[in-house]
Design a protein around this ligand. Structure first.
Ligand SMILES: [Zn+2]
Ligand SMILES: [Zn+2]
Length: 241
């Protein structure tokens, strides 16, 4: 049994469902996470709903459910170690699903006074261009709902993806990843142990980069994996290519 998630069309940026892109939700007052390697704000990638048993699901959460929120640094691709679960250049948060609000975009510190540097900029648009640049770096260009596809006979992700594409006639790039189950590694098995209880963590979601190169996540053309330890409410994120 493999549970794929496929492109489910657009959804509200702040919807409490499993989605890629949009805006991150967290308890009121939560600061935008920053990268341990460069100190800058990280990019929000995806939000995954976890049910009461800790399994990843696609629908809106019930009162006891949680959400897994994923960020990775995109400030210096190839330098900040956002592929590494222990680097601090990415973050995976498990949050209680009730009372979540969008985290405001961080206020950019501007030590070089760049906003004053462009004499051609119309006063009415003061700073707008920079704000849009920040959004491009910190938010994906599309918000996509994840639709669950249960493939009972498919033993692994790659065969499930091929079977789904054959059956539906849709491109394989419309498969956003998979929920739960076994990670389809591109390199060695890197299943992390929970830092709190030392048990191996469980795959919550495997993410592909996305169907559209303009709005794609950057995993070096590879795949990302997010793991959770349900009893400890811990999570870890990494990617391989
Ligand atoms: Zn960084
Ligand atoms: Zn644990």
């Amino acid at each position: 049994m493999t549970t794929l998630i496929t492109e489910g069309g657009p959804v509200a940026d702040d919807a409490t469902v499993t989605r890629t892109g949009g805006v991150p939700l967290a308890p009121p007052g939560t600061a935008w996470p920053t990268c341990a390697d460069c100190g800058g704000p990280m990019r929000f990638l995806a939000q995954i709903v976890l049910d009461g048993s800790g399994a990843a699901v696609t629908g809106g959460p019930g009162p006891q459910d949680r959400v897994l929120v994923l960020f990775a640094c995109q400030n210096r691709p190839g330098e900040c170690r956002d592929w590494d679960a222990r680097s601090g250049a990415n973050v995976a948060l498990v949050l209680a699903a009730d009372a979540l609000v969008p985290i405001p975009l961080p206020v950019r510190s501007d030590p070089e006074g760049r906003e004053d540097a462009d004499p051609d900029e119309d006063e009415d648009d003061f700073g707008d261009e920079d704000d849009e640049d920040d959004e491009d770096l910190l938010l994906l260009g599309a918000t996509r709902a994840a639709e669950a596809q249960f493939l009972a006979d498919a033993p692994d992700f790659d065969r499930a993806r091929a079977a789904w594409a054959d059956r539906t006639g849709r491109p394989r790039t419309h498969v956003l990843g998979q929920l739960n189950g076994a990670p389809a590694w591109l390199q060695n098995d890197e299943t992390p142990d929970c830092p709190a209880c030392a048990e191996p963590m469980r795959l919550a979601v495997q993410l592909q980069e996305g169907p559209d190169p303009v709005t794609a996540m950057n995993f070096g053309s590879g795949r990302a994996y997010a793991f959770t330890c349900s009893p400890c409410a811990g999570a870890a994120f990494l990617w391989q290519c």
